[in-house]
Design a protein around this ligand. Structure first.
Ligand code: ATP
Length: 340
């Protein structure tokens, strides 16, 4: 039996509900695939801040450092002190956000199958904001050659490995941000030369936001800097049934953290109607990553099984109201576990 320690961060708002739902599925996975996931709680977020005066306590950080991977629910107002910090501390430079139209989910087109490969540690999210005098504020946009090269390579490798259209679209605003996005665009184009099997194109961010609505099935891999990828992936999630359908991975060379792409949804917290798929598919991505990193076929099979069970459940009436059913977060997760 393979054993992994997973740092588990339930988060705020709907986070604990989604975490419980995901654990229901992972319990079945462990028995069925003979995998042992030792869940080590690493609390962080708004509630922890209220209790301890710090959103990401040292002991939680230590738990994450000694784990194989981290599975995280969404965090509320303190997100910048938790997820943005974790991305920088662990150099999780690639944010992978797959968005796929599953049968029976309310997607705008059945052929949507794209993945955002978003730079995750710099851009205007670096946190370099200043005030000058009383009336002027500044925010620095940091774009480095190293991270452009890493994210472009990740995008092309992703396009090569996945069963998609073998296409990368780099998204930027290089006509206005000539130096920062100019370098990003240039490096994406240079990287494209090394991948003759992958079709390459680039698009201005405003045009991409329109094209996503008009013809989303055109996209395969979208390579972006930090902020554009954050915004466009939320937009694209709406095309496949909402943020509750959207999982994510924050990946570095040595560590990875998995979480839904959405926030903690305070408007529906405690109502038991949140769609658990975002976090259940994040756990699927975690098993895929563990499987590849540790050459573990059980994890890879388990990841596939989760996706199959999600597809099966979407075809049933055991789905939350967002997807047209009357199930709760908990009963939908139980249906996915049963489908396994
Ligand atoms: P953040 O800025 O922290 O990303 P946000 O302001 O984008 O957060 P979210 O918390 O992501 O807000 O929620 C946006 C909308 O999507 C809300 O109406 C919320 O209820 C809905 N939503 C988010 N996640 C889910 C989910 N898992 N299931 C159903 N609806 C969701």
């Amino acid at each position: 039996m393979t054993k992994y320690t997973i740092a588990l961060m339930p988060g705020d708002g709907i986070g604990p509900e989604l975490t419980q739902a995901t654990l229901t599925v992972l319990t079945v996975i462990q028995t069925k695939f003979d995998i042992k996931l030792n869940m080590a709680t690493a609390d962080a977020g708004d509630m922890v801040f209220e209790q301890q005066g710090i959103a990401l306590p040292a002991d939680s950080l230590q738990t994450i450092k000694t784990s194989h991977a981290c599975l995280k629910g969404p965090v509320g107002e303190t997100a910048a002190d938790v997820i943005i910090k974790l991305r920088q501390i662990f150099d999780l430079y690639a944010n992978i956000r797959p968005l796929k139209a599953y049968p029976h989910a309310p997607a705008t087109s059945p052929n949507i199958d794209m993945v955002f490969v978003r730079e995750n540690t710099e851009d205007v999210y670096k946190g370099l904001e200043f005030t000058i005098g009383n009336d002027t504020t500044l925010c620095l946009r940091v774009i480095t050659r190293k991270n452009c090269e890493r994210i472009a390579k990740k995008a092309f490798e992703t396009a090569r490995l996945r069963n998609g259209k073998k296409k990368v679209t780099a998204i930027h605003k290089a006509n206005v941000m000539r130096i920062t996005d100019g370098m990003f665009k240039k490096i994406c184009a240079e990287t494209a030369q090394k991948y003759p099997d992958i079709q390459y194109t680039d698009m201005y961010v405003d045009s991409a936001s329109m094209h996503l609505i008009r013809k989303p099935e055109d996209f395969d891999v979208l390579c972006t800097c930090n902020m554009f990828g954050d915004i466009l992936s939320d937009e694209a999630a709406q095309l496949i049934g909402g943020l509750g359908m959207a999982p994510g991975a924050n990946v570095g060379d040595d560590f990875a953290l998995f979480e839904p792409i959405h926030g903690c949804a305070p408007d529906i917290a405690g109502k038991h109607i949140a769609n658990p798929i975002s976090m259940i598919l994040s756990a699927k991505m975690m098993l895929d990553w563990l499987g590849e990193r540790y050459n573990d076929t059980q994890c890879l099979q388990a990841a596939n099984a989760i996706e199959t069970a999600v597809v099966k459940t979407l075809a049933s009436d055991q789905v939350v109201p967002d997807l047209g059913g009357k199930a709760t977060t908990k009963t939908m997760a139980e249906a996915i576990a049963y489908a396994l």
